[in-house]
Ligand binder design. Structure first.
Ligand code: FES
Length: 286
C-alpha cells in the first residue's frame, strides 16, 4: 500500500499549509454577501449551508479556501466546516462542468430506463460517473431519487427536472448543452449554469430577465392520487369476467363526507380484524 505525500506529512508531524487566500476584491464581495446571508439567522452558524453554496458559486466547487472563508466568517473550526461540506452531495469537492447531468438510477427510474440512459450517456460522452467532458461543459452523475418517480425516468441538470427521458432524448439534451443551444426543463425554473445555481441556493434571486417566473406545475401523474381521493377521477375500468365486454362504472358523485384523503380512507387494521385484536399482546398466564 502506498501513501500520499500529504499522508506522509501528517505522519511526520508536518503542519498543513494554509489554503491560498481569495484575492482582496473577491473576499470583499464574498464578505458583503455573507453578511446578508448571516443576517437571516438568529445564530450565525446556521448560515453555514448557504455560505458553502456561496463559495461554491465563486469557484464551481468547495475548495479549502472556501471552507477556510466559511470557518473564519462563522467562527467555526475548519473541521466543523469540512464535516458538513463532505456530508452533503450538493457540495462538490473537485472542479467539474457547467452542467451537472444527473441520471436517477434509483429503483423506479432504473427499471423504467434510467440505467439504460446512464449507460448510453457514458458511451456517448466518453466519461464515467463523476467525470467531466474535456470541454468542461458536462459532468455526468448517478443521482438518488428526487421524489419525481411518477415522471420516471428522470434526468436532472443542475437540479432542474427533465422528465420522462429516454436514451435518445437524453443524448440530445447533453448535445444541446455542450453546443450552447437553449434547453428548457420540463417544469420549474429556467436552466442556468452550476455556479449560477449555487448562488441562487445561497439565497440570492436569479436576476435574469423572466427568470423569476417558474414555469409548469405538478403534472397529471402527481395529481392522480389527489383527484382519486377527492372523487374527481374519470370512471374506473372494471375487471370483467372473461368473454364479457368491459364496462364503465357510472360517474360517482361523492357526498362531502366521502371526500377522503388517502390517510382517511378505510384500511384493514387490527380494529377490523377480530383475529388480531388491538392493544398490547397479553402476557402469558394473565
Ligand atoms: S426513483 Fe427516480 S425520481 Fe424517484
Amino acid at each position: 500500500m502506498t501513501t500520499s505525500s500529504s499522508e506522509r506529512g501528517v505522519s511526520l508531524g508536518m503542519p498543513h499549509l494554509p489554503p491560498p487566500a481569495y484575492p482582496d476584491d473577491v473576499r470583499a464581495r464574498l464578505e458583503t454577501d455573507a453578511r446578508e446571508i448571516i443576517a437571516r439567522y438568529p445564530d450565525s452558524r446556521s448560515a453555514l449551508l448557504p455560505l458553502l453554496h456561496l463559495v461554491q458559486a465563486q469557484e464551481g466547487h468547495v475548495t479549502r479556501t472556501g471552507m477556510q472563508f466559511c470557518a473564519d466568517t462563522l467562527g467555526l473550526t475548519t473541521a466543523e466546516v469540512t464535516a458538513v461540506a463532505t456530508f452533503y452531495s450538493m457540495y462538490r469537492r473537485r472542479p467539474s462542468g457547467d452542467y451537472q447531468v444527473g441520471v436517477c438510477t434509483n429503483t423506479l427510474c432504473a427499471v423504467m430506463g434510467g440505467d439504460a440512459i446512464f449507460e448510453e450517456l457514458q458511451e456517448h460522452l466518453g466519461i464515467g460517473n463523476g467525470e467531466t467532458t474535456d470541454d468542461g461543459k458536462v459532468t455526468l452523475e448517478h443521482i438518488e431519487c428526487n421524489a419525481a418517480c411518477d415522471f420516471a425516468p428522470v434526468v436532472m441538470v443542475n437540479w432542474e427536472f427533465f422528465d420522462n427521458q429516454d436514451p435518445r432524448s437524453a443524448k440530445r439534451l447533453v448535445d444541446d448543452l455542450r453546443a450552447g443551444r437553449p434547453v428548457s426543463p420540463t417544469r420549474g425554473a429556467p436552466l442556468c449554469t452550476f455556479k449560477e445555481t449555487a448562488r441562487i441556493l445561497a439565497g440570492f434571486p436569479d436576476e435574469r430577465d423572466g427568470a423569476v417566473e417558474a414555469t409548469g406545475s405538478a403534472g397529471p401523474p402527481s395529481l392522480a392520487g389527489l383527484k382519486l381521493a377527492k372523487g374527481e377521477t374519470a370512471p374506473a375500468r372494471v375487471v370483467h369476467p372473461r368473454g364479457e365486454a368491459p364496462r364503465e362504472t357510472p360517474p360517482h358523485d361523492p357526498s362531502p363526507a366521502e371526500h377522503l384523503s388517502s390517510h382517511d380512507a378505510p384500511q384493514d387494521t387490527s380494529a377490523s380484524d377480530p383475529t388480531h385484536p388491538a392493544g398490547p399482546a397479553a402476557e402469558e398466564g394473565e
